[in-house]
Ligand binder design. Sequence first.
Ligand code: GLU
Length: 487
Amino acid sequence: MADRVRVRFAPSPTGEPHIGNIRTAIFDWLFARHLGGEFIIRVEDTDQSRKVEGSVELMLKSLKWLGIDWDEGPDIGGEYGPYYQSERLERYQEAADALLASGDAYRCFCSSERLSELRKQQQVDRAVVTGYDGKCSDVSNSDALDRVNAGESAVIRFRMPDDGVTEGNDEIHGKVSFENNLLDDFVIIKSDGFPTYHLASIVDDHLMEISHVTRTIEWLPSYPRHLQVYRAMGWEPPTFVHLPLVLATDRTKLAKRHGATSVLEFQEMGMLPSAMMNYLTLLGWSLDDKTEIFSSDELIKHFTLERVSKSDAVFDIEKLNWMNGVHIRDSSPEELADALSGYWSEYPTSEFPSPPDRDFALKVIPLVHARMKTLTDAAPLLPFFFQDRIGYEPEELVQKGMDSERTRIVLNAASEKLSTLDPFDTESIENLLRPLSKELDVKVGQLLGSLRVATTGLKVSPPIFETIEALGRDQTVKSIQDAIERL
Ligand code: GLU
């Protein structure tokens, strides 16, 4: 193992941040932070045709939201930059030139028509050895250069050994071995001059002194190719860690048709970042097969590659919802106020004319905390804070066993007492209203029922004493007076 732990997350900017990729980023980050190493973000944007504008920003935003920080990256730079592969093209060309010079690579002039014919024929023949047939592998370097100078289009291919095996040692799967004759000579530089992943990632992992490459198991078939490039370049390969996949409940790859797949969608659904981090970490890692709830600090403390599973993980939205509820319940009012005010400013809801601030969030948390499973649940419980005139039918003020006249008397008495109550807190409000109902000879439920409709317009509301405190004396008294007039 290298002296320093340096791991990179290497997203391709091809769309919204998929939770499968983010799970890899989380593993990278936890691993680096657990060992006091460095976490680097590198953007793999060499496939120009798949590039989607704005993806890098969304990716970084999602990582920040989850509480992930990085030591080097596209936005902050660093000693090993640039961190966009499209800005590092000359490094890949240098490596390709070295491989051409050593005979480990060659230029290939085969047309795409020839290659697709070849593929078709191999399918018809049910060929065991598939892929490129090595037609251009004998073209000498100087002939090839002449053809390139004459304007012929070429790619550069890496020359795989014809026989023998390539052996690797994966951190999770142990010893793995691959028959070389089954692996074709693959493209390392495309005809547009851009490198493929097979070259760019290796050059960068080497130059950036990456100690551990963590990527999903889908990349395992590329592992022997990459080891061969390391050998040909005379570079020591990093440690490879092939992570299990994140599948949907039908055990196919998690995709749009299964529902939300982007971290941003889960953010919009009102998930807490701590719950998301907790849940995604458990997709392929466990501490002891039974502990389920972890804070991010606890995850950093416990995360090791030894506990990463070999088998694929299944994403289950029900489980995430449950876990989110637990994280919300376990949050302090301050933490929840941060999350709620952040959520409201990111996703304004129709309940609020403009996003309420953190102070407001802190004030209303006692009203909603116990009833929330996601951050979206809070606003619909609180519309009455933002209405000048609360909407209800006057009859709704009149509780069972009461009439308008008695309701007016009861509300008047409550309004009078509340208008001078000091301090105006939950306990004093309760200590005032319970005895008042006795004094007025009505049931507590009748008094509180009328007050609830008068102050919130709702028949079922958050806890009424807390609600009255949060509304404050002025608004409460104003609403009760308004109710009396409406009766
Ligand atoms: N750009 C590759 C991807 O997004 C990265 C694979 C790797 O981490 O090496 O899948």
